[in-house]
Design a protein around this ligand. Structure first.
Ligand code: ADP
Ligand code: MG
Length: 327
């Protein structure tokens, strides 16, 4: 079965950034309000994630590392209404098949913490007592140490860390209520305090996207029927290369979608005669039944049931917001 894990790992674990994404999503699933991410050498040497979530019971530790042991999908209906981020039940199994992994956890009411250690696909998990407050710490060392072909595809430390930082930014922008700390080679890169008020949210957006974006951005918050669009749209006077500053979340998940890009670009072009590289951080919320989340683990695609209605809503709301502030 471990071999199957290693093959599956190819899908989930592309690079350090994909490991970080899966692990931080697990922390969020576990109800963490604080997640600390420690990275060494772009994540190839070490990815360490510590959270204060609910933790994992001693008896479930080894199980958590086994494939599909925890898949939350039982019926197609579950899939359609899936609100929780993780539902494939294979991320940890995949990650531990291509790394040296140490999982330490404690739960409320358990007398002591326990840890489980696994190396690659040749080893059965070993349990031992440990010390840890309620919550979980996962250390992933030497990623792809046993898969040289995959290791060869890794880029420089800087590039890999860049991808990883991008993952954290997306997560930070979709979970304002969680404290995040990201460190690289012992240096604090992002320190993000939980943001509840509008001002605190502005502050997080400024930290993540840069103060220049926020200064030039217009806030939007509009609701029509069961669709709500809120967030920040930057004006094109914002000069820095904006190509990478496009965040669009649908029901909390970051997506890249042609229909969405088209609606946004069209609104910019209509109002400002400039649809090139708009910068935005936008959140679309709608009835989960109105959108298919793509079940492929690494793609960020969605399919809207009523795509015309979504397009019209996005276009008209953005048009309205931009027109109000356009010179
Ligand atoms: P999935 O998240 O799809 O269920 P994973 O392989 O990512 O699959 O995780 C397996 C299981 O391990 C989770 O369902 C959860 O029960 C447990 N788990 C993983 N990480 C954590 C964490 N940080 N805190 C609590 N439980 C966790
Ligand atoms: Mg998961």
């Amino acid at each position: 079965p471990r071999l199957a894990n290693q093959i599956a790992a190819g899908e989930v674990v592309e690079r350090p950034a994909s490991v970080v994404k899966e692990l931080v999503e697990n922390s969020i699933d576990a109800g963490a309000t604080r997640v600390d991410i420690d990275i060494e050498s772009g994540g190839v040497k070490l990815i360490k994630i510590r959270d204060n979530g609910g933790g994992i019971l001693k008896d479930d530790l080894a199980l958590a590392l086994s494939r599909h042991a925890t898949s939350k999908i039982t019926e197609l209906e579950d899939l359609e209404a899936v609100a929780s981020l993780g539902f494939r039940g294979e991320a940890l199994a995949s990650i531990c098949s291509v790394s040296r992994l140490l999982l330490t956890s404690n739960t409320e009411g358990q007398e002591e913490a326990w840890c489980v250690r696994v190396e690659g696909r040749d080893m059965e998990p070993v349990l031992s007592p440990a010390s840890h407050p309620t919550g979980t710490t996962i250390e992933v060392r030497d990623l792809f140490y046993n898969t040289p072909a995959r290791r060869k595809f890794l880029r420089t430390e800087k590039t890999e860390f860049g991808h990883l930082e991008e993952v954290i930014k997306r997560i930070a922008l979709s979970h304002f209520d969680i404290n995040f700390q990201l460190r690289h080679n012992q240096r604090v890169i992002h320190q993000l305090r939980a943001a509840h008020s509008a001002l605190e949210k502005d502050r997080r957006v400024a930290t993540v996207c840069g103060p220049a974006f926020l200064e030039q951005a217009v806030c939007i918050d509009a609701q029509v029927g069961d669709m709500r669009l809120w967030g920040w749209v930057g004006l094109p006077t914002f000069s820095r290369s904006q190509a990478d500053l496009q965040y669009f979340f649908v029901n909390g998940r970051v997506i890249r979608d042609k229909l969405v890009s088209h609606a946004v670009r069209q609104a910019y072009r209509d109002v400002l005669y400039n649809g090139r590289h708009p910068a935005f951080v936008l959140y679309l919320e709608l009835d989960p039944a109105g959108v298919d989340v793509n079940v492929h683990p690494t793609k960020h695609e969605v399919r809207f049931r009523d795509s015309r209605a979504v397009h019209n809503f996005l276009f008209s709301q953005l048009h309205h917001a931009l027109a109000e502030v356009s010179p």
